[in-house]
Design a protein around this ligand. Structure first.
Ligand code: FEO
Length: 183
């Protein structure tokens, strides 16, 4: 059972994750217009990750007998100065998401909601990985600044990223995640 406060905050997080998906979709479109197919692939994979995050929380609220309230999703920015600008904005956004996950965990602790604390642990770990990935790519982009050949090499690397999360949530997130991981 979720408290009203916990339910409200989890619903707000569904919206933040949906916005994250929308933001990375905007960056994928921007990469396409720059002819950077690898960057476009990386950001579209990130879009799928964020939809998975949103659906994980959506399903958790429902499993706990709560109501999901879908709210309007804010329009993402359209223009980015450079690939480095996109990744710096990605990192900044992920740091914001990390703070919001930490706030959710603080609420779960203060509400003595042990199930939600365990549920949120996955997101705490995920945020460490997301910030780490962004920092690595930012460092690479800074190293090759002003060298178009370097940018092409990073684009080739980012083209390798595969989507590892489930894409079809019609039969539930947990079941699909299990099927996707082969366990
Ligand atoms: Fe769902 Fe990128 O945090």
């Amino acid at each position: 059972m979720l408290s009203e406060k916990m339910k409200t905050e989890l619903n707000e997080q569904v919206n933040r994750e949906m916005y994250s998906a929308y933001l990375y979709m905007a960056m994928s479109v921007n990469s396409e217009t720059l002819g950077l197919k690898g960057f476009a692939n990386w950001f579209m994979a990130q879009y799928h990750e964020e939809m998975f995050h949103a659906m994980k929380i959506y399903e958790y609220i429902l499993r706990q007998g709560g109501e999901v309230h879908l709210k309007a999703i804010e329009e993402p920015p359209r223009d980015f100065a450079s690939p480095l600008d996109m990744f710096e904005k990605t990192l900044k956004h992920e740091q914001f998401v990390t703070r919001s996950i930490n706030n959710l965990m603080d609420t779960a602790i203060s509400e003595k909601d042990h199930a939600t604390q365990i549920f949120l642990q996955w997101f705490v770990t995920e945020q460490v990985e997301e910030e780490e990935n962004d920092n690595e790519i930012i460092a690479q982009l800074k190293r090759i600044e002003g060298h178009p050949h370097g940018l092409m090499m990073i684009d080739r690397d980012l083209a390798q990223r595969a989507v590892t999360v489930p894409l079809d949530f019609s039969r539930g997130v947990a079941a699909q995640a299990k099927a996707a991981s082969g366990n």
